[in-house]
Design a protein around this ligand. Structure first.
Ligand code: C2E
Ligand code: CA
Ligand code: CA
Length: 502
């Protein structure tokens, strides 16, 4: 008698076998899918740091741009390149260099917000995607935070390393509309930061996009500019907190007969590349000393003239002699001249090369650190070098009243002012544009202000009119009430507000 369970059992066993095979197949499929996912993930990750690589960065950037187009938002792209990373590799070997890159990656990650993408491009380069920006300023703030992340040294093995980075920033939609353009523009801005000595942030400007042909033409024009008298000095007033005029920063202007005004951010880096900054810088120094000596002769209050010095001038053997000659020939007192140097410029010099600084300080010349806070982290030079003034970078002033409060630079500005005062240094705030910023700087104890709120750079005759009105006010004041404080009436200009009287 056939077993009634026979076919059933067989069928049951077959079913089990089928199910088993299916389940194994499914499992295998799941494993394969997982493997595929991981492989695909790995192909989008930098193996050294575990961060997204270039491919994933581009994907995310494209997605972020689609979102931003829909919601009319802004997107930021940063390009960060470690300064002198080749030297780290030489010093520590490639393994040591890799270890440093991992440390840098972790620190940069810690400086970013959730939702931002940090990607590693290899060779000491990183890119950052800031997908939900309120405005272009947000990109600068994020870049600032990344730069601050280099303030503390890195511990690689038993060595302490001080590293720096150059950052380029750009934003959608103002600096580019697609992923490619934005990445190229952030990189171009980063190169500009390198050209300007590294350890700083540069934002993309359309001028960076010029092709080399235009650069060559511009270079040729610049060669002729000095001889053709196309260069001019402008003077931007600086004020004490109580409203008294402190002096002026001399700023170069180039007005080409056909091209029109060429902005300094365009022609000064060019002049630095082809060494034309040497004759141009010397002319700027001599011309502004000559002018200030004339003004000083007719102005009762002492005025300070701040002159920018480029890295190339500084590195040039006889630059202190050149400054002394400009003072002697103009008759301007050394105490009335302040030379503005950038942090990275000062830090790049060996000990022997800073002797001219000491010599100039000995005769009374003041030495300012320009764009303070955007350069190097180790601040030991403030004690080592004869610095008299810190010029707080504009980016800190712009972020003073940023929202949310944790994005505000208030605590940094307060710390810088306290540090400066403890070292008996004067603090000048640059780029003061609003009453709110001015009020806050007053509360924080800043010494001097410079910015569009108080006065834009003026040609010599404009500055002269400003001086005349200061003197007139003084004279009238003397007849009315000798104790009344003098405030500075400024010539009419758009969006101009008088400095406040205490
Ligand atoms: P810098 O030395 O940091 O000069 C300050 C710049 O900020 C000037 O730009 C000035 O016009 C601008 N500025 C002043 N107040 C405000 C403000 O409230 N808001 C904003 N947004 N900007 C403000 P400028 O004249 O275009 O000069 C740009 C740079 O070119 C200077 O930056 C300096 O690095 C360089 N430069 C200018 N003149 C000379 C020079 O004679 N020699 C050298 N080596 N470099 C110079
Ligand atoms: Ca300056
Ligand atoms: Ca500056």
């Amino acid at each position: 008698m056939p077993n009634p369970d026979g076919p059933n059992l067989k069928g049951f066993l077959r079913e089990i076998h089928r199910l088993d095979t299916e389940s194994r197949l499914r499992k295998t499929e799941a494993r394969l899918a997982e493997l595929e996912r991981r492989l695909s993930e790995m192909s989008q990750l930098d193996p050294l740091t575990g961060l997204p690589n270039h491919r994933r960065f581009s994907d995310r950037l494209s997605q972020a741009l689609l979102q931003a187009q829909r919601h009319r938002g802004a997107v930021g792209v940063l390009h960060l390149d470690l300064d002198r990373f080749k030297r780290v590799n030489e010093l520590l070997g490639h393994e040591g260099g890799d270890e440093v890159l991992r440390l840098v990656a972790r620190r940069l990650e810690g400086a970013l917000r959730q939702g931002d993408t940090l990607a590693c491009m290899g060779g000491g380069r990183f890119m950052v995607l800031l997908p939900e920006l309120k405005d272009a300023l947000g990109a600068i703030r994020a870049a600032q935070k990344l730069l601050e992340a280099f303030q503390a040294p890195f511990l690689a093995g038993s060595r302490e390393l001080n590293l720096g980075a150059s950052l380029g920033a750009c934003t959608f939609p103002q600096d580019g509309l697609d992923a490619n353009a934005l990445q190229t523009h952030a990189e171009a801005a980063m190169y500009r930061a390198k050209e300007r000595g590294g350890g700083r942030i540069e934002c993309f400007t359309a001028t960076l996009n010029q092709d080399s042909l235009e650069r060559q033409e511009l270079e040729q024009c610049l060669r002729e500019a000095l001889h053709n008298g196309e260069l001019q000095m402008y003077y931007q007033p600086q004020f004490f907190m109580d409203g008294r005029l402190a002096g002026a920063e001399a700023l170069l202007r180039w007005n080409h007969p056909l091209l029109g005004p060429v902005p300094p951010v365009k022609f000064i880096p060019l002049a630095e590349e082809n060494r034309l900054i040497l004759p141009i810088g010397e002319w700027a120094l001599r011309e502004s000393c000559r002018q200030m000596a004339i003004w000083q002769a007719t102005t009762p209050d002492p005025l300070l003239l701040a002159v920018n010095v480029s890295a190339l001038q500084f590195a040039h053997g006889d630059w202190d002699a050149c400054v002394i000659r400009a003072l002697e020939d103009s008759g301007l007192m050394a105490e009335r001249l302040e030379l503005e140097l950038t942090e990275s410029l000062v830090m790049r010099q060996g000990h022997e090369d800073v002797q001219p600084l000491h010599r100039l300080r000995e005769i009374g010349t003041r030495i300012a650190i320009d764009d303070f806070g955007t350069g190097y982290s180790s601040l030991g030079y403030l004690q080592r070098l004869p610095i008299t003034t810190l010029k707080l970078d504009q980016s800190f002033i712009a972020a003073l009243q940023a929202e949310p409060p944790e994005m505000s630079s208030e605590h940094i500005v307060r710390a810088v002012i306290q540090l400066a005062h403890s070292l008996k240094l004067t603090v000048v705030a640059e780029g003061v544009e609003t009453e709110g910023q001015r009020d806050m700087l007053e509360i924080l104890g800043c010494d001097c202000l410079q910015g569009f709120l108080l006065g834009r750079p003026l040609p010599a005759d404009g500055f002269e009119a400003l001086l005349a009105s200061v003197s007139a006010k003084r004279f009238l004041g003397a007849h009315r009430n000798p104790l009344e404080e003098v405030t500075v009436p400024l010539p009419p200009q758009p969006a101009q507000v008088r400095p406040r009287r205490r």
